[in-house]
Write a protein that binds this ligand. Structure first.
Ligand code: FO1
Length: 355
């Protein structure tokens, strides 16, 4: 096996030798792998952290991120795209690392005032800096831009070199069917379930409203078809990655690249690091474990490789038994350096080379 890269690319560690990169496409990039086309399927914070690591390993221009838009919501007349914004903010280096969503150094004066005025949906905290993004997006879209077009503009204005694509330009909304504390059936927008009601309801079903009629955004299927590696970020499988996969044509495109498709487990030691995946995985019949999520993807023929945390090393044999290349490493991304090591390992599994 060839080594994936070294600080100084050489004949011994040049991935072109492994037949991974067609000769015409190879570009020497100091300290990075040039010419490998990488597609990442992404949700919010876990993806943001991982992608910061990925662009330390490959040039950002070689990365296409396909982002969940099922969480999108119209608030105060503004089009809010939480996961598109998270990915953009993380890659631009302006994300709030502790809060996980929104911008660093944020203030919430407008939201405070909306709450004082008892505006509907003012429980949803739109930061003052973040509001500028929603205003720009909504303005561009009311002037006729698609979500893809508006996203490309926003990404450019944040100086992000990676390509960030919404999964679709059509409206798809993640709805949570649940039962509240009084036993009443309720049907909530994902943000109502997660932010307003703090995930306290008993979830019965999850649906992606409008997805059957949605088309992948321009460039999505082409990027997957042309990718040397398709990476499933450590995002919530049920409400971040599944809406992307449910968009007609995308799961088939990923399955078509199964051999180069590798995911990072969002479950470490039986729990998600953030979010509510532990409440939602059982609803779709998946076990809340690294092996459980691998099997959830594998049953749709989507995974060639799976990266799990050292805490879950005991599950390696179970994942390998699914016919999946499995690697154990540190997956908790405490900083960009740790994320870079994780991205390098994940990419190596996808390309079939040593790290
Ligand atoms: N998460 C919260 O926990 N509380 C909020 O008030 C909140 C507001 C918000 C506004 C814009 C945005 O882009 C994201 C926001 N989030 C908030 C995060 C969001 O609810 C979810 O974490 C994502 O949708 C899941 O990736």
């Amino acid at each position: 096996m060839a080594r994936i890269y070294g600080r100084t690319p050489s004949a011994a560690n040049n991935p072109i030798l492994a037949g991974i990169i067609p000769p015409g496409r190879y570009r020497p990039v100091p300290g990075k792998i040039g010419g490998v086309k990488v597609v990442a399927l992404a949700g919010g914070v876990g993806a943001g952290k991982f992608l910061r690591g990925l662009v330390r390993i490959v040039p950002p221009e070689d990365v296409t991120v396909i982002v969940n838009t099922g969480d999108d919501v119209e608030v105060h007349g503004l089009h809010v795209s939480p996961d598109l914004d998270s990915v953009t903010y993380w890659l631009a280096g302006v994300a709030d690392r502790d809060r996980g969503w929104g911008r660093a150094g944020e203030t919430f004066r407008a939201t405070d005032e909306l709450r004082r005025m008892e505006a509907e949906w003012s429980w949803f905290g739109l930061g003052d800096l973040d509001l500028a993004t929603h205003l720009l997006r909504t303005g561009l879209m009311s002037g006729g831009a698609t979500l893809s077009g508006a996203t490309a503009e926003i990404v450019r204005r944040f100086g992000v070199a990676a390509r960030i694509l919404p999964m679709t330009n059509d409206q798809v909304t993640t709805r949570i069917e649940a039962v509240d504390e009084t036993g009443t059936a309720i049907d909530l927008h994902f943000q109502q379930y997660w932010v307003e009601r703090r995930a306290r309801d008993q979830v019965k079903a999850i649906r992606f409203q409008g997805v059957e009629r949605a088309a992948p955004a321009p460039g999505v299927l082409e990027a997957i078809a042309a990718a040397d590696a398709v990476l499933l970020c450590p995002s919530n499988p049920v409400v971040s990655v599944d809406p992307i996969l449910a968009t007609p044509g995308i799961a088939q495109a990923v399955a078509g690249r199964r051999d180069r498709s590798v995911g990072v487990s969002p479950i470490v030691a039986g729990a998600p690091l953030r979010g509510m995946a532990d409440k939602l995985l059982p609803v779709v019949g998946a076990e809340v474990s690294a092996a459980g999520v691998a099997s959830y993807y594998a049953r749709r023929g989507l995974l060639g490789g799976w990266v799990i945390d050292r805490a879950d090393a005991g599950q390696t044999a179970r994942v390998r038994a699914l016919g999946i290349r499995t690697v154990v490493t540190d997956t908790v991304m405490t900083d960009d350096e740790a994320a870079g090591r994780l991205a390098r390992t994940t990419l190596a599994v996808a390309l079939g080379v040593d790290t």
